[in-house]
Structures are given as C-alpha cells and as structure tokens.
Design a protein around this ligand. Structure first.
Ligand code: DGL
Length: 272
C-alpha cells in the first residue's frame, strides 16, 4: 500500500472531527478523507444491527477513496461494529474505544474508572470489557449522558446549562470515588472544561481521540506506512464527505479544526 495514500476517518457526523483534529496535530504529513454520516446521526440511540450496516456502507465508500487505513472515529460505531468488521478487512482499522480503555487502565491509581458516552456505548459495556482485559480488578462505572451531544452541537460549550447538566450526570460517579474518567463520546472533549469543573482536579480525564491518534501513529510507523513528506499546499490534504447538510457541517468543522474547511461533498451513502 502506498504510504502517500490517505487515511479514512469516519463518524456519525461532526463529532469525529475531534479525532481528526488529533490526527492532524500528531501526524501532520498524513492525508485524510473524512466521512460524517450527517443524514443518519445520531448513532448513539440506534441498534447494533443498524450501526453495523451503516459502518459497512461507509467503509465501502472509504475503500473507493483508496485509503491505506481506517479510523472508526465514533465511540458508538467502535463499540457496536468494530469487532464484527475487523476480521473482514485487509487494511488496518482502529477504533477509539481500545486506545481510551488502555490509557485509562494506565493512569488510574485506585482502579475506579468512570466512563461517559452515548446510551449505546455505555449499554455495550465495551470499555469495561477492554479495561478488565488489562486489569481484572478495576471497577468500571458507566454513565450515559445523552444530552451532551445536542448541547455541544448547539454550541453551548461554556454555558451554565451545560454545567448544570454535567452536575446531574456526574454526581453519582463522584460519589463512588472514581479517579479517572473516560470521555467516551466524540463530542465530550469539546466540553472538557465543564466536566473538569464538576469532577475536580483529582480526577484524570482521558480523551480517546488523543489516544487514538497516538495509536494510529505507532501503527503506521510499525507497518512502515507513515507518509514521509507533507503534501504540498493546495493538494487537498484533507477532504470531507457527508451524507447531508454540507453547509452546517462546514460551519461546525471550521469552529473546531484549524484548517479552512471550504467544501464537503454529499455522498448517497445508502448506495454503498
Ligand atoms: N459520535 C457518537 C459517539 O462518539 C456521538 C453522536 C451520535 O450519537 O451519533 O458515540
């Protein structure tokens, strides 16, 4: 596989841009093709079968872009679809859950780890499974926080309403004495400060987006697939595809990544 080929990154919508942002920072030579499934978001309240079907379609689309590796930049899709799909792939594919679970297992001191995410991610108990594979004595407590995604998408990143909701969601985790909290949904790094305010400085926040970019870099390095030179300016280093509402996507993208996102092409994803 050509090391100059792009990396395919996908999510249910805009959230995966927090993962893309980390990849851009940590491996700036890489070309990226991003797909956001803006027509079918949210995934967090859908069934496993549906999320697997959606993920397969997106992967088929990304393969048409001749990607050298795929990042499932969505916690819900990683939770529901990755185990199922991994075995079908001839190129590397990584999700955000395993890197997040690994990092949390490494930083906890008292073994009490909180995980927040969508209903699907928390219901799947996948973070618990991966953490227990590393440390079987760890105590992992999950909490679904479904209101966080719309709050972020409404731009209420620093707002008393978000602080209030965070207080309600996170109180039970504080009561059991967690010392580590996994931000197990793509949107949550954007409200990191609201979460930090509630849980306090003794709780370490783990950002799976950051950990995933780190793991991707290590994986490409090991496979000798890192792009040795940065693509020249004006060569479309980053390309964006969505399944609906391109203008709204472009606005959100420009609010979180430092790269002029000028266009996003609409793909009829059900055809894949
Ligand atoms: N990207 C999803 C996740 O990380 C959150 C949004 C959704 O429910 O689709 O789980």
């Amino acid at each position: 596989m050509d090391s100059n080929a792009p990396i395919g990154v996908f999510d249910s919508g805009v959230g995966g841009l927090t993962v893309m942002r980390e990849i851009m920072r940590q491996i700036p030579n890489e070309r990226i093709v991003y797909f956001g499934d803006t027509a079918r978001v949210p995934y967090g309240s859908k069934s496993r079968e549906t999320v697997i079907r959606y993920s397969r379609q997106i992967i088929r689309f990304l393969r048409t872009q001749e990607v050298k590796a795929i990042v499932v930049a969505c916690n819900t899709a990683s939770a529901y679809a990755l185990d199922e799909i991994e075995g079908e792939m001839e190129i590397p594919i990584i999700g955000v859950v395993k890197p997040g679970a690994k990092a949390a297992s490494g930083v906890t001191r008292n073994g009490k780890i909180g995980v927040i995410g969508t209903e699907a991610t928390i219901g799947s108990r996948i973070y618990t499974r991966y953490i227990k594979e590393i440390n079987e004595n760890a105590e992992v407590v999950g909490k679904a926080c479904p209101l966080f995604v719309p709050l972020v998408e409404e731009g209420l990143l620093h707002d008393p309403v978000t602080d209030e909701i965070a207080m309600r969601y996170l109180g039970s985790l504080i009561d059991i004495g967690i010392d580590t909290l996994i931000l197990g949904c793509t949107h949550y790094p954007l409200i990191r400060s609201a979460v930090a305010k509630v849980v306090g400085e003794n709780v370490t926040l783990v950002n799976p987006a950051y950990e995933t970019a780190k793991e991707l870099r290590e994986l490409l390095e090991k496979e000798n697939m890192l792009n040795p030179v940065r693509p020249e300016l004006g060569t479309n280093q980053y390309q964006f595809f969505v399944s609906d509402a391109a203008e709204k996507f472009i606005r959100f993208a420009n609010s979180i990544i430092k790269y002029g996102v000028l266009s996003a092409k609409i793909i009829h994803i059900e055809e894949y």
